[in-house]
Structure formats: C-alpha cells, structure tokens
Ligand binder design. Structure first.
Ligand code: FEO
Length: 394
C-alpha cells in the first residue's frame, strides 16, 4: 500500500508488461496501472478494483492490509472490467458489502456478473460520510461509459477521477512530480486522443460544471497511470484545451503503398507544406502503430491521406483508418487525398469522400497519377502541398 493522503492508500496493480489494451485495439508502449484506493477512516471504503487477471493478487493484498471482513463499502466509479473486473471474486468472499455506483453502473455490473448485490445508487451531489472524510459523487455520464462517475474526497481535497485524467503508463513512481513530464504528457494526450475524443463536447461541459463547484483540489488520482500531486489542476486545464477542437497547426500525411509510388507523392506533398513553414509528419500506415497515428491526427490541423487503388478501393490499412477517423468525430480539421493507380483509380476519391463524411473540410481535390510519377508529375504533388498549406493558413 502506498499512502497518497492521510489514511487514503493506493492499492492498485502495476502492469509493467502490458503492450495492448482493449483487446488489441490500443497500444500501451509503457504498460499501465489499475489504480484502486482504500480509505481507512472510521469506515473502511474501497474505491474501484482492478482488472480481473489480477483479482487474486488484489484481494490477497486487501485481506493482508485491511481484512475483507472489515470493508464497509465499495465505490465503483466505472464498471469496465479493468476497474470493476475483480468485483466478482471480491464479492464471492463477502457478498453483503454495499456497492455505491450510478444507476447505469448497477445495470452494467448486473450484466457483467449476473448477480444482484447490495447496490446503493448515487447521483451527482450524493454523499457518504466515512468519518473525518466525506465522499461526494459526481456523475460523468459518457466520459466515457454511461456508468462513469468520479468521487471527491471532501476533507482530503482529493479527486478520484477514474479514467478521466489517466494515462496508460507504469513508471516506478506513482506521482507526477517524480517522473518524466514529457513521457507523462505523451501518454496523457494519447489516452485522450484514442479514448475520449468522441466525448469532447461532454468533457468541456463537465469541466465547466466542476470548476463552478469551486472545490479545493490538492490531488487528482485517476484509475490509470500516475497521480497528479504537483499542480493537479494542470491536467484539468489541458483536458479543457483538448476538448475544444484541439490542434497544433501541423499536418500529418498518412499513406499506404505497394511499390512506393504513393510514398513518393507523400514526400512531395510534404515538400510543398514545408515551403510554407508548415510542420508535418509522415506515416506509412501499414507499418505504423494505429494508436500513435490517431494521436498524431488528434494533434494535427491537416490530415492528408494517400493510398494506391487495389480492387477498385483503398488498401486495407487505410480502410480501417478511415473508419477510425469517422468514429473519433474529430472536429475543426482539414483534409485531402492522393494516390497512385494502375487502371481504375478510385482510391483518392474514396478517401476524400470518407474524410468529408467524417467532418473534415477538403482543401484540395483528390490527386492521382497512373503508376509511377515522373519528376514533372511529382511537382504537381509539391504544388498540392503548397496549395494545401496556403488554404490552411488562409
Ligand atoms: Fe479504464 Fe473505461 O476503463
């Protein structure tokens, strides 16, 4: 156990070796943690559990540190298995423990475990006195599940925020003032970009609601990664910025290619962007980490996507990416499409249409060249980058 505040302990699990999360959807280059917290006040309250592969280790730890028989209540801020997953094993030891969660939380837990435990449904503003501390619940519906909520520990000025403000990151220390800030922010923005982007309008509203409460905040302890102990409000400010159609004014060029013709075009477009002082990054999507690419899209203003045409459509890595872009509901971005073809040449048009349907403003008509571009033809792609940059800056 690690004491994070007087009589409040971290009782989570560090998963150093984790490299993929949400099945195989999300990369976790720096592992993750499943943070659960134990409040040892007059009442003993557990806030969240850990992912079920670690349930025995977790429950053994609780037994050793506090004794399962002594737990008076469990708060489940979010029932997704990485936080609620050990509940089944824990409750098999003490099925009578009251569980505090939202209405949607109770529904989700019933569906996950097929048990009807002692649920105490809470809403925003409801409280639970533990002794010197009082827990205040704040619903966070659709940030990022219907059941999500946060628990504020009044008296400790501590926000137990669950997924919000978290990172898939497992460093040696649990606290932000003891680790590499650059790495921390790389993981925090990747988490936001990949998991929270679609809910940005709700996040903006929720932050405004929380700010209006004027709660004193000394520490924000999420359910993944490090605890914001030094200047905790910095991550609330960042989330507020990220929730408002965020971009850094850069461009990301993402392509897939069979014989490098489309790659040559991508590089020529980059040349045209650079002439205008636009910073850009290039990704061959088929050999790039999809979660990293989505993070780059989140940070970019311009998204230029290329694919050669095969079987009248785009290459498969681009097809998957276009679906992801649609699902993430990115706002305030501009796009364009390009590619090489042999005979039919549908790919750039398909990409351009898909980007438009995803809400991007198209700044250049789809541009394609049959087979391999000549030096002169490559100049058309430099010009495309040039025009795109000028339109983006206009
Ligand atoms: Fe970390 Fe939504 O679970």
């Amino acid at each position: 156990m690690i004491e994070v505040k007087n009589d409040i302990y971290w009782v989570g699990i560090k998963d150093w070796e984790l490299r993929q999360f949400h099945g195989h959807e999300l990369s976790t280059h720096r592992g993750s943690t499943y943070n659960a917290y134990l409040i040892k006040d007059e009442k003993v309250v557990l806030v969240d559990t850990v992912w079920d592969p670690y349930q025995e280790e977790f429950v053994d730890k609780l037994e050793k540190e506090v004794g399962i028989d002594n737990i008076d209540a469990i708060i489940i801020n979010h029932s997704e298995p990485d936080h609620g997953g050990s509940l089944g094993y824990l409750m098999s030891k003490r099925p009578d423990i009251p569980i505090y969660c939202t209405k949607n939380g109770a529904d989700a837990i019933r569906r996950q475990f097929h048990k009807d435990w002692n649920f105490n449904v809470v809403k925003t503003g409801d409280t639970l006195k533990t002794g010197k501390y009082e827990l205040v619940f704040v619903e966070m519906q659709m940030i990022h599940w219907p059941d999500s909520m946060l628990t504020y520990v009044k008296g400790a000025n501590l926000v137990l925020s669950n997924d919000a403000f978290g990172q898939h990151y497992s460093p040696a220390s649990l606290f932000n003032d003891e680790i590499d800030t650059c790495e921390l922010y790389q993981e925090a923005i990747k988490y936001y970009a990949n998991i929270l982007t679609p809910y940005s309008p709700l996040i903006k509203k929720k932050i405004e609601e929380i700010r209006a409460l004027n709660l004193p905040i000394d520490m924000i302890a999420p359910s993944h990664g490090v605890i914001w102990r030094e200047n905790p409000v910095q991550i609330i400010d960042k989330y507020y910025e990220w929730s408002q159609d965020y971009n850094e004014g850069t461009v990301v060029i993402i392509y897939d290619t069979m014989y490098n013709a489309t790659k040559m075009m991508a590089e020529a477009i980059g040349e045209g962007l650079a002439k205008n002082g636009i910073k850009y990054k290039l990704y061959n999507n088929s050999v790039s980490d999809q979660s990293d690419v989505l993070t780059e899209i989140f940070k970019a203003k311009g998204v230029i996507i290329g694919s050669c045409t095969v079987n009248n459509t785009v290459l498969r890595s681009i097809s998957a990416l276009l679906d992801e872009i649609k699902g993430h509901r990115f706002k305030n971005k501009v796009g364009a499409a390009f590619g090489s073809y042999g005979w039919s040449g549908e790919a750039p048009k398909i990409i351009s249409k898909s980007l438009e349907e995803a809400g991007l403003k198209i700044l250049h008509e789809p541009l394609q060249i049959k087979y391999r571009p000549t030096e002169d033809e490559l100049k058309m792609f430099v010009e495309m980058g040039d025009k795109f940059a000028k339109a983006m800056n206009a």
